[in-house]
Design a protein around this ligand. Structure first.
Ligand code: CMC
Length: 435
């Protein structure tokens, strides 16, 4: 936090009284100043009200920065465009966890450390049999990642930095295995054990797509695309699922259970579930000629239809991840020899029309990361239900980095919001015969 700026303040005065409170203004490295309201209740006896937390900073963080007006996303200060082009997912994972890019030696040790943990306990394998084959893979993810806490609880002292480090490794390494097995279970194919000789993204594609009977052929372009998709989803500051992980973790809970809570939060269509929802929406629209009718429904006040993959709480400009996604989409389709993808044509036309429509322009609604990711993943052979799972695989790195930062923050305390109570005032119990 910035000392100089912390001398600045805002004064809140209660109407109709001579009581006021001085709120110190805090600034970070970049971004707007933040009024410190911690003493407001003690000084004036009032809370602040901010449903959806649109104007509330709940923590201090050094990990990710977003400038929503400019469409800027930085991981530890590095622009997402540079990382997507030049880095790899495991290097980004190191950066998010440790704050700096690794040297070659640090990178080798980190990769070996993570990949060493890719296998699941054999007993965990049996968990899959308890699920229906048609279970949504996000349900399986919540269950199996949560179950990891049963395997690593007794030995887990979250106050020990080494334990935190190993827990981060275990999560980052095992989540692709859990995800791929959720998919294999749903289609009745044998589980493929991880191969540590492949890289992180290549191993994930292998576990998803390989079968024991046919030699596996790695595709460099698709592996690179997968790696880039993982980088783009790796962290996004205090979004709903990350805040869920932090809130759950603020109680001192088991980190594997906290990540399972994050997965549950990610699942919703307003958050990570949007990539799946985009494809369903495109299928529903069906043809370019139906776009005007669909947009009329979205803009109408009567329904709940939204243009999925559009809009963001923070970005009031083009989501920088969406731009890279669009470019990756073209690369993947070219590699797969897909000359004309009706879905891509439909999405591009939908984007073009929406971006020239006053409803979307005036509300600053632009494509977000989920708008194009589904088209790429579908082309790569991922079923729609796995899209959000893939998001969860990537975001695990962000969640565990944020969890670690929170545990290591000396000012950290249990997250406990307050409320405006609008229920009944105190009243006396009435026996059933008199109601
Ligand atoms: N389609 C149509 N109208 C929209 C949309 C949309 N996608 N998004 C926002 N609006 C309208 C909304 O109806 C409201 O209009 P009005 O002022 O007339 O009432 C205005 O824009 C502001 O919307 P809001 O709901 O107050 O905005 P929010 O910050 O609470 O919601 C959001 C952000 C992402 C939940 C929302 O834009 C949305 O539902 N988008 C579609 C789902 C989606 O793509 N989610 C992925 C987000 S990026 C990846 C991730 O975080 O996981």
């Amino acid at each position: 936090m910035n000392d100089v700026a912390s001398k600045a303040k805002v004064t809140v005065t209660m109407d109709g009284s001579n009581r006021s409170a001085e709120l110190p203004l805090i600034t970070g490295t970049i971004g707007p100043a933040v009024a410190d309201i911690r003493k407001l209740y003690a000084d004036l006896g009032i809370f602040t009200y901010d449903p959806g937390y649109g104007g509330t900073a709940a923590c201090e963080s050094k990990i990710t920065y977003i400038d929503g007006d400019q469409g800027v996303l930085l991981y530890r200060g590095y622009p997402i465009e540079q990382l997507a082009e030049k880095s790899t997912f495991l290097e980004v994972a190191y950066l998010l966890l440790n704050g700096e890019l690794p040297t070659a030696a640090e990178r080798t040790e980190f990769d070996r450390g993570v990949m060493h943990h890719t296998m699941l306990h054999e007993q965990l394998r049996r968990f899959y049999d308890g699920f229906r084959r048609d279970a949504h893979p996000m349900a399986v993810m919540c269950g199996v990642v949560g179950a990891l806490s049963a395997f690593y609880h007794d030995s887990l002292d979250i106050n020990d930095p080494e334990v935190r480090r190993i827990s981060a490794f275990r999560l980052i390494a095992k989540v692709p295995t859990i995800a791929a097995w959720a998919y294999k279970y749903s289609i009745g194919q044998p589980f493929m054990y991880p191969r540590n000789d492949l890289g992180y993204a290549a191993n994930f594609l292998y576990m998803m797509n390989a079968v024991p009977t046919v030699p596996w052929q790695d595709n460099e372009i698709l592996t690179r695309a997968m790696d880039r998709i993982l980088i783009l989803h790796a962290d996004h500051e205090q979004n709903a699922s990350t805040s869920t992980v932090r809130l759950a973790g603020s109680t001192g809970a088991n980190p594997f259970a906290c990540i399972a809570a994050g997965i549950a939060s990610l699942w919703g269509p307003a958050h990570g579930g949007a990539n799946e929802a985009v494809l369903k929406m495109l299928a529903e629209i069906g043809h370019v000629k139906n776009i005007p009718d669909f947009l009329a429904r979205v803009k109408g006040k009567d329904g709940h239809a939204r243009l999925m993959g559009f809009g963001h709480r923070v970005y009031k400009n083009y989501d920088p991840r969406a731009k890279i996604m669009q470019q990756t989409c073209h690369e993947v389709l070219a590699e797969l020899g897909i000359q004309d993808d009706p879905l891509l044509d439909l999405a591009q036309e939908l984007e073009r029309i929406a971006l020239s429509d006053d409803y979307f322009v005036s509300r600053k609604l632009y494509p977000n990361v989920d708008f194009y990711s589904g088209i790429i993943l579908k082309a790569m052979g991922f079923p729609t239900s796995m899209f959000t799972v893939l998001f969860a695989v990537a975001r695990t790195v962000g969640w565990i980095s944020q969890w670690r930062e929170m545990i290591e923050d000396p000012s950290q305390r249990i997250g406990r919001p307050r409320q405006i109570y609008t229920g009944a005032a105190q009243r006396d119990y009435i026996p059933a015969e008199r109601r």
